[in-house]
Design a binder for this molecule. Structure first.
Ligand code: UGA
Length: 434
């Protein structure tokens, strides 16, 4: 199949590279000439384990191309994927669809024959209808179909999520469109990944429902963690105790500083807005959204409490800035709220992250960036673990203790054991554990 991928950001680049790896011929398009030039030089603009190798080998085998020339990529394609950003619209939280609709119009003008236009971007219910209307208006004579095919990959595990998905959801209204999509994903049926064909609107909603459910699961366990702290229970044991029930499942039950990233915060908000407008408010998700926002802000208070109520002129060392490990993505990262509150309270914040420091520097100007966890901790009044990078899981804590001003650790990801930390002489607080 000949595929054009419009948008070479996170989802576009990973999907394009993996589809090329399945044997399709894929051209990834981006309007940013700098990004395309980088990709053509074999440089990957994001940090994603395994992506560089797949891009390199498919470029070498002439199955993966990059261009800024959308019409050239689209002409003659069997399928054109739209994988552009759908950020929160300023002011009202609705998904901003201007990039999606802009791409639809450009695709319409460039198509030369029957093709399936596939929305991979996360888009609210009804977007496919509007894409179809835009294309039809510009090209009344053209044969085409519009399909919804949401992406469920996680940053940091994107390649394996794409190649071994729990399921593929395709919202298509015609047999021709279903045939093209089946052909595109055929290599995955061989792995027995289930493909679920639905109506287009159902598929669009499925994506939001999935993210909202996962965000709800995390927020639920975060609240249980707070309760554990009050009643002397252990949230990790509670999570295990409920997660072994197959109806609940053990994943996404790690209590922490609140979810962040490019998806959950914006997608929950967009679902809330869609549901309100449709007259069927999703009150659980409204609460999740509010509780999570407040939680991220409240994390700084734990640091203040660990420092005896004040961080004025104290050195706070933050380990981990990205919203989660194995990514350099800083979007809606809990570290941002924590740094803001601590700086306001008079702390001198120092930070270290294995991959996200360049991105962090663009957002957080008031902190000192350190070269490794040990430099970061040296002379600190408190060490705060914000992101659970593997590199932080087995630090030489005795070495850290020797160089810290006072041995205080706030572990927002529960990667150390309270009894071990106590034995090493730390004042240690974590999330939802006695
Ligand atoms: C999420 C979904 O997991 C993907 O399925 C989806 O495709 C993607 O959004 C998207 O819509 O594009 P992602 O944002 O990359 O993926 O990362 P997650 O691993 O889901 O983590 C999101 C946030 O939840 C992070 O801040 C993480 O630290 C937090 N989290 C996750 C917890 O606090 N506890 C958990 O148990 C799991």
């Amino acid at each position: 199949m000949r595929i054009a991928m419009i948008g070479s950001g996170y989802v576009g680049l990973v999907s394009g590279a993996c589809l090329a790896d399945f044997g399709h011929v894929v051209t990834c398009v981006d309007r940013d000439p700098g990004r395309i030039a980088m990709l053509e030089r074999g440089e990957i603009p994001i940090f994603e384990p395994g992506l560089e190798d797949i891009v390199e080998s498919n470029v070498r085998q002439k199955r993966l191309f990059f261009t800024t020339d959308l019409p050239k990529a689209v002409a003659g394609a069997d399928a054109v994927f739209i994988a552009v950003g759908t950020p929160s619209r300023r002011g009202d939280g609705h998904a901003d669809l201007s990039y999606v609709y802009g791409a639809a119009a450009e695709i319409a003008k460039a198509l030369t024959g029957y093709a399936v236009i596939v929305t991979k971007s996360t888009v609210p219910v009804g977007t496919g209808d509007e894409v179809e209307r835009i294309v039809r208006e510009l090209r009344p004579e053209l044969q085409f179909d519009v399909v919804s095919n949401p992406e469920f990959l996680r940053e940091g595990a994107a390649i394996s999520d794409f190649k071994r998905p729990d399921r593929i959801v395709v919202g298509a209204e015609t047999e021709d469109a279903r045939d093209v999509m089946s052909e595109i994903y055929r290599p995955l049926f061989l792995n027995q990944s289930p493909i679920l064909f639905t109506g287009r609107r159902t598929s669009e909603l499925t994506k939001y429902a999935a993210n909202a459910f996962l965000a709800t699961k995390i927020t639920f366990i975060n609240e249980i963690a707070d309760l554990c702290e009050k009643v002397g229970a252990n949230v990790q044991d509670v999570a295990r105790g409920i997660g072994l029930d197959k109806r609940i499942g053990s994943k996404f039950l790690h209590a922490g500083p609140g979810y962040g990233g490019s998806c959950f915060p914006k997608d929950t908000l967009a679902l809330v807005r869609t549901a309100q407008e449709a007259g069927a408010p999703v009150q659980i998700v409204e609460t999740v959204e509010r509780v999570n926002k407040a939680r991220k802000k409240a994390m700084a208070e734990r640091v203040l409490a660990a420092c005896g109520g004040s961080v004025q002129d104290k050195k706070v060392a933050l380990l981990g800035l990205a919203f989660k490990p194995n990514t350099d993505d800083m979007r809606d990262a809990p570290s941002i709220d924590i740094v803001e509150a601590l700086t306001k309270a008079g702390a001198k914040v120092h930070g270290f992250d294995p991959e996200a420091m360049e991105q962090a520097k663009l957002i957080m100007k008031d902190i000192a960036y350190e070269q490794d966890p040990y430099d970061c901790a040296a002379g600190a009044d408190v060490l705060v673990i914000v992101t659970e990078w593997d590199a932080f899981r087995a630090l030489d804590m005795l070495r850290i203790k020797e160089t810290m001003k006072s041995p205080v650790v706030v572990d927002l990801r529960n990667i150390y054991r309270p009894q071990d930390m106590k034995r090493r002489g730390f004042t240690y607080t974590s999330i939802g554990r006695p």
